[in-house]
Design a protein around this ligand. Structure first.
Ligand SMILES: *Cc1c(COP(=O)(O)O)cnc(C)c1O
Length: 399
C-alpha cells in the first residue's frame, strides 16, 4: 500500500491532510513559550533552582486538582512510586499486588525495595486491574496494592479500598497517566494512601524533562515523603533515615505551572477527540471490528491514550501499514511485566494473566493529544478503514 492524500471533510472546511502524528508536544508548548521563558529568566536571576516558589505553587495546584491536602514534588513518576512505597514501609520479603499490563516503573519500585511484585490480571474493557482477582493473590506477606489508572481512566477504587481495608493493606495509586481523572466525583491521587504523578513530557501534564509529584491526605505520610525525598535529612546534615535525592527543579515547575492553567482544557480536548474517533469509526463502518475504548459511567476519563484492539494476530501488520501512511501509533505495552527477562524469577507466581497477554498482542494506541486536528483524526480513521478492508478481520469477540 502506498501513502495517499485523502481529501477529508470536517465541518465546513475541506483540507488536504496526509499525516497524523502520534504526538506533537510543540503544538502545546509553543503558545506558552514566552510565558515560560520569562519565568525561566526570573529563576536564573534568582539563583533558586531547586524547590522555591515555583515548586510550591505547582504543589498547591496539583493538591487542588487532586483534592488532597498535601502534594510533594519529586524528580519523576518512577521516584514518586519508590518514595510512596518507602513511606508506607515496604521492606524485603513484602509482596505488593500490581498489574503486569503497565509501564515498568510500577513494578520496579517494588523490586528496588526488595519486595516482590505479584502481578494481577486486567479487565479486558478498561485495561485496569481486575478487582475480582485481588483476594486470591493476598498472602500473609501482602502489604499493598498499586492500582494503575491506565490510559487516563481510574481503576475501580471503591472495591479495591474495601478489600485493602479488610486485609490491612495500603493502596498506592499510580496516577502517572491520570492527572485530573475522577472516580465517583473524587480525584485521582486522593483515592488511596498516596498518589504518584509523572510530568514526563508525553503525559497529560508534561514538563521539559523529568518531574513527578506525590499526593496524600495523611499528614504523617506527607511529612515522611518530604523527608525521604531529601536524603532523610532534617535539619541539614542530620539524617534520621536513609532517603534519596529526588526533588523537583524550579525550571520544570515553572513550565508546568504555565501548562497547569490549561489542564482542564487539555483534558476536555482529549475527550472531544475520543468521542470524535468513536463517531468516525462508526461512520467508517469499522467500529465492530475494533474494541473502541469506553469511559466507565462515574469515571472522568482524561484519555492519556486512545487504545483500540486489533484482534486476530493482525495488529503489527496494521501498524506497519499505518506507518507507511504517516499515521503515528504505538503499542502500550508489547511485553507485559511478567514476561520481562528481569522478572523471569517471578514466573511461577504468575500463571493466569490471560487478559494481560491478550491485550499485549492486540492493543494499538492512536494519536489523541489535545491539539490533534479533526482533519488528522479523519485521515487516521480513513487509513485504518482502508487497511482493515484488506486485512482479514475476525468479528469482535462477544462480551
Ligand atoms: C510514565 C509512567 C510512570 C513513570 O513516570 P516517569 O516520570 O517516566 O518516571 C509510571 N507509571 C506509569 C503507568 C507511567 O505511565
Amino acid at each position: 500500500m502506498t501513502t495517499q492524500n485523502l481529501r477529508v471533510e470536517h465541518g465546513t472546511e475541506t483540507s488536504d491532510v496526509s499525516s497524523a502524528p502520534l504526538l506533537d508536544v510543540g503544538r502545546g508548548n509553543r503558545p506558552l513559550k514566552d510565558e515560560i521563558m520569562e519565568a525561566v529568566s526570573d529563576i536564573i536571576d534568582s539563583g533558586w533552582f531547586i524547590g522555591g516558589p515555583h515548586v510550591k505553587l505547582l504543589e498547591e495546584t496539583v493538591a487542588e486538582v487532586s483534592q488532597t491536602e498535601f502534594a510533594i514534588g519529586c524528580a519523576s513518576g518512577s521516584d514518586a512510586l519508590l518514595l510512596a512505597l518507602m513511606a508506607i514501609g515496604i521492606e524485603p520479603g513484602d509482596e505488593v499486588i500490581c498489574p503486569s499490563f503497565t509501564f515498568f516503573a510500577t513494578a520496579s519500585a517494588i523490586h528496588r525495595l526488595g519486595g516482590t511484585p505479584v502481578f494481577i490480571d486486567i479487565e479486558p474493557d478498561t485495561f485496569n486491574l481486575d478487582v475480582s482477582k485481588i483476594e486470591s493473590l493476598i498472602t500473609s506477606r501482602t502489604k499493598a496494592i498499586i492500582p494503575v489508572h491506565l490510559f487516563g481512566q481510574c481503576a475501580d477504587m471503591d472495591p479495591i479500598n474495601s478489600i485493602a481495608e479488610a486485609h490491612g493493606l495500603k493502596v498506592v495509586e499510580d496516577c502517572a497517566q491520570a492527572i485530573g481523572a475522577t472516580y465517583a466525583g473524587r480525584s485521582a491521587g486522593s483515592l488511596g494512601s498516596v498518589g504518584c504523578f509523572s510530568f514526563y513530557p508525553t503525559k497529560n501534564l508534561g514538563g521539559f524533562g523529568d518531574g513527578g509529584m506525590l499526593t496524600t491526605n495523611d499528614p504523617e505520610i506527607a511529612d515522611k515523603l518530604r523527608l525521604l525525598a531529601n536524603h532523610g535529612m532534617r535539619p541539614r546534615y542530620y539524617h534520621s533515615e536513609v532517603g534519596i535525592n529526588s526533588r523537583l527543579d524550579a525550571i520544570q515547575a515553572a513550565a508546568l505551572n504555565a501548562k497547569m492553567k490549561h489542564i482542564g482544557d487539555y483534558s476536555s480536548k482529549r475527550a472531544v477527540n475520543a468521542a470524535r474517533y468513536e463517531q468516525l469509526m462508526v461512520d467508517a463502518g469499522i467500529a465492530d471490528q475494533l474494541l473502541i475504548p469506553q469511559a466507565n459511567t462515574d469515571c472522568g476519563h482524561v484519555w492519556n491514550q486512545f487504545t483500540i484492539r486489533i484482534p486476530g494476530g493482525n495488529r503489527d501488520q496494521v501498524r506497519q501499514q499505518l506507518v507507511e501512511m504517516n499515521v503515528g501509533s504505538e503499542v502500550y505495552y508489547p511485553v507485559p511485566l511478567h514476561q520481562q527477562e528481569c522478572f523471569a524469577s517471578l514466573k511461577e507466581n504468575n500463571v493466569d494473566l490471560v487478559e494481560t497477554d491478550r491485550a499485549a498482542e492486540e492493543v494499538l494506541s492512536l494519536p489523541i493529544f489535545p491539539e490533534l486536528t479533526a482533519a488528522e483524526q479523519a485521515y487516521a480513521v480513513n487509513c485504518l478503514a482502508k487497511i482493515l478492508d484488506v486485512v482479514e478481520m475476525p468479528l469482535k469477540r462477544a462480551g
